[in-house]
Design a protein around this ligand. Structure first.
Ligand code: GLV
Ligand code: MN
Ligand code: MN
Length: 396
């Protein structure tokens, strides 16, 4: 099996294959308001234009492409175009591209929507640049405070407010968007599967049943900055050692909770010199489990074990159970498909308590995601588009 991107008539995957390639890490780094993100936004606007869709960007940077006049209670489908650092080609773009493909097919078949219909591209699902995931959907639904988001800063100390301004996006009306929400009558997100669920089930597609509760925290360990050569081992207060122990404790804590996952994906020593004992170390903690209570209990256990100087909660996403009526409608449109829980977070999860929401997963034969090896075979992508097209036909 090849992991190269050669998708024949799923040409959009190839068309955007050059955008945001990360030569250093491999894969893609496509982050909000940076060049690759802006280029992908332009690409999407053009593709929507080819389908005669009317494009507007909302107060929170999400892009809507309307087939027919905008209106309340619309059928909405879409996903995101940003990536994690060094991510794969499919997480996000597959949902956007499948939506464009499905609309193209429906138009060719002479379908005229009887309800408002839009493709929606959410801004910054991964939270890779500013640390908080699902910014576009979180702001729209009022789950994220705009003042907090404006002040978030990236690794170079650039705030969200400045980055948006530099990209020519006005943040004056950032936040809860009642009008946009009233337009979502139903939201369907197609997404590449991010684990091994569909490999094991032997099925090209599935519907999402739920999303694990999850959150992100920053842990800080303090010590005494000092000279790497002049300070005897016995005289050191090195926070890197405490941080290293913490990583092992975090792994052990997650192993002791059934089905839980905990990850330290980023660690940084301050000031960060090869011949300097750090004065502090910060690390991220991503923790997930199958209920809010068990995720909270896991994090409480971790905090007790690691003895960090400070622990800050950066984000919290409660467990999501997707609407069973929508799942029934989806099954009616596409036939019997398995249901899968998702270990990954999605904008669909943020919307799930404000609108009827469903998700379609497409098999990932590598079982790897958030890494360049993430993949989907053309035949499975086509099965996903077939499913989305049938679902949209049934809803329009
Ligand atoms: C998004 O993919 C997440 O689950 O972090
Ligand atoms: Mn995603
Ligand atoms: Mn992702």
């Amino acid at each position: 099996m090849s992991t190269s991107i050669a998708h024949g008539h799923l040409a959009d995957i190839d068309r955007i294959a050059q955008v945001g390639q990360d030569r250093k890490r491999g894969g893609y780094s496509r982050h909000l308001w940076q060049a690759a993100d802006l280029e992908l936004r332009e690409w999407f606007i053009q593709r929507a234009g080819d389908l005669n869709l009317d494009v507007e960007t909302d107060r929170n940077g999400n892009i809507w492409a309307w087939w027919g006049p905008p209106g309340e209670g619309a059928v909405v489908t879409g996903s995101h175009l940003d990536s994690v650092p060094g991510g794969g080609a499919f997480d996000g773009p597959l949902g956007v591209i499948s939506a464009l493909e499905a609309v193209g097919r429906l138009q060719q078949a002479g379908v005229h929507p009887t309800k408002p219909f839009a493709i929606l591209v959410f801004a910054e699902e991964e939270g890779s640049r500013f640390g908080v995931a699902c910014l576009g959907s979180g702001l729209m639904t009022g789950k994220l405070d705009p003042a907090r988001v404006l002040a978030l800063s990236d690794a170079d100390g650039i705030t969200f407010a400045d980055a948006a301004k530099h990209a020519g996006f006005s943040t004056s009306a950032l936040g809860y968007d009642k009008e946009a929400l009233s337009r979502i009558g139903v939201f369907i997100e197609l997404h590449v599967e991010q684990g091994r669920g569909l490999i094991e089930l032997g099925s090209p597609t599935a519907l999402a049943s739920s999303i694990l509760a999850h959150g992100r925290w920053t842990l800080t360990f303090k010590g005494q900055g000092n000279h790497a050569g002049a300070t005897l081992m016995a005289d050191r207060d090195d926070p890197m050692v405490a941080a290293a122990r913490a990583v092992l404790e975090i792994r052990d804590a997650a192993l002791s909770f059934k089905g839980a996952r905990a990850t330290v994906g980023k660690i940084s020593a301050n000031p960060g010199g090869a011949n300097v004992i750090a004065s502090s170390v910060t690390m991220t903690l991503d923790a997930r489990a199958d209920s809010d209570e068990s995720t909270r209990a896991l994090v409480d256990d971790i905090v007790k074990r690691v003895g960090a100087k400070s622990v800050t909660e950066d984000s919290w996403s409660p467990e999501v159970r997707f609407d069973s009526d929508i799942a029934t409608k989806l099954r009616k449109a596409i036939g019997e498909v398995p249901m899968l829980p998702s270990g990954a977070g999605h904008d669909a999860g943020v919307l799930a308590d404000v609108a009827p929401t469903g998700m379609i997963f497409v098999r990932n034969p590598t079982g790897v995601s958030h890494a360049p090896e993430e993949f989907a075979e053309l035949a499975d992508c086509v099965a996903g588009i077939d499913a989305l097209e049938s679902v949209l036909r049934g809803l329009l």
